[in-house]
Ligand binder design. Structure first.
Ligand code: IFM
Length: 463
């Protein structure tokens, strides 16, 4: 088995001391910057026969739940073709890191109890393949694919799921910690809680205020318990979570209270507990109270070593909806991606400044940013020309570089995503990748944005 010390080259102490020195020149990034691609198990792995069922397998069986009627059984066949993808990431893509997620039901098919030897062996091979290519593995422990067996026992609205999550984290830490310099514990708990529990647009398909607040607290609790377990099992590994964050402004004059509430629901509900000593936003305390127990503040207040920021779009708040505040229209015209996400790169810089000024300037990695656009057929040279995606990435990287130059402790950027993949309830209708995948043959077709990204990564500078 290869070790991260042997293969990553840099001693861990040096990595921990990675400089937060501000970048100075426009478009430049600090030395040692992480350039990577991000992906997730349910969206890419395929090979469903070798893992337990997840809530997304179940959700996809609901008529009409997935836009194109697909399910997560195929993904991009990453489980079999990962070597090819990692070659593209480290080669033309210029990456020095790769973010993926462990599928909980591949490691523990029933969510708890006996691990799958084949599942563990798969992640051994995947980690070693990354390290062999100079890609730092950035795993996420939980990117929304809860084992169905745990959903049958209540899922995240039940406190017990947080305890099972800590057991799973400990297992992963013991088995793989020697090769993991950093681990992201949760991916976008806010989206999972809201879309899957407060609304029924994602798995597990609940739509209740109680399920939302219960799941939110138990996700925070699971994060704290998992960090405690990982710190014991893999003491050298730095920990954090990838959060979906966005500046929230009123959609129109007079909507300040809606903006405050939407900010609390979508940003602060998950940002405050770990970065403000276990405290929830005061305006949500009453709604969370039924699920809080004595001692929980210390658990949800486990301080992370880093913060992962997933940024796509700003939010404009309007009063209304079951939660009292919801996404409204932008008060001024903004372009949108195929996914409907508004495009405003400066909001990424605004967000990073807020983390600097209000959350103690933690070490931040942008763990997702990217865009879905409709792609043309390959040109005569076989390349897919995707200038809109390239410009989206460039403009967000420029905004990130400005924030770094202003003292935001920005350490890296992961593009979402390497290959077009399974976009949850949107199925295969949203191409976010810098590489297209022919679904009939599995063939990978690089887009022009892959070479642009690779050039910026190698230069450590975007232009
Ligand atoms: O594909 C998703 C990812 O799984 C989580 N963050 C947003 C991406 C694009 O919608």
């Amino acid at each position: 088995m290869l070790t991260r010390r042997a293969l990553m080259g840099a001693p861990l102490a040096a990595a921990a001391a990675l400089s937060a020195a501000p970048a100075t020149a426009a478009g430049a990034f600090p030395p040692g910057f992480t350039w990577g691609f991000a992906a997730a198990s349910a969206q890419t792995e395929g090979d469903a026969a070798s893992r337990g069922r997840s809530i997304w397998d179940d959700f996809a069986e609901r008529p009409g739940a997935i836009k194109d009627g697909s399910n997560p059984s195929e993904g991009t066949d990453f489980a079999r073709r990962f070597a090819e993808d990692l070659d593209l990431a480290a080669g033309r893509g210029g990456a020095n890191a790769f973010r993926f997620s462990f599928a909980w039901p591949r490691v523990l098919p029933e969510g708890a109890g006996a691990p799958s030897a084949a599942g563990l062996a798969f992640y051994d091979r995947l980690l070693d393949a990354m390290l062999a290519r100079g890609l730092e593995p950035w795993p996420t422990l939980y990117h929304w694919d809860l084992p169905s067996a745990l959903q049958a026992r209540g899922g995240w609205p039940e406190r017990d799921t947080a305890l099972r999550f800590a057991d799973y984290a400990e297992l992963v830490g013991r088995r793989f910690g020697d090769r993991l310099r950093r681990v992201l514990v949760l991916n976008e708990a806010e989206i999972h809680a809201m879309e899957g529990h407060g609304k029924d647009s994602h798995a597990p398909g609940l739509a209740s205020r109680e399920a939302f607040f219960a799941a939110a607290h138990h996700l925070n609790l699971g994060q704290g318990l998992a960090m405690r377990a990982l710190r014991a099992a893999a003491p050298g590994t730095a920990l954090g979570s990838a959060m979906s964050l966005r500046p929230v402004r009123p959609a129109k004059p007079g909507e300040d209270a809606a903006a405050e509430r939407l900010d609390a629901l979508s940003n602060r509900l998950f940002l405050d507990p770990p970065f403000r000593a276990g405290r929830y936003p005061a305006i949500l305390e009453a709604e969370l109270a039924p699920w809080l127990r004595e001692g929980d503040a210390a658990l949800v207040g486990q301080r992370p070593d880093l913060l992962g920021v997933n940024y796509y779009a700003p939010a404009f708040a309007a009063a209304g909806g079951p939660f009292g505040a919801e996404q409204g229209d932008s008060p001024y015209p903004l372009p949108a991606t195929r996914m409907g996400f508004m495009v405003e790169p400066e909001s990424l810089a605004t967000l990073l400044r807020r983390l600097r000024d209000e959350y103690g300037n933690p070490p931040v990695w942008i763990t997702e940013n990217g865009a879905s656009y409709e792609d043309p057929a390959p040109d005569a040279a076989g390349v897919i020309q995707d200038p809109e995606r390239r410009d989206y990435l460039r403009d967000h990287l420029l905004a990130a570089s400005r924030a770094a130059a202003e003292g935001c402790d920005l350490r890296g950027y992961f593009c979402w995503t390497l290959t077009d993949n399974w976009e949850w309830a949107k199925g295969y209708t949203q191409p976010f990748g810098l590489v297209a995948v022919d679904r009939a043959t599995g063939r990978r077709v690089p887009k022009a944005s892959l070479d642009a990204f690779g050039g910026w990564a190698r230069a450590n500078r975007v232009a």
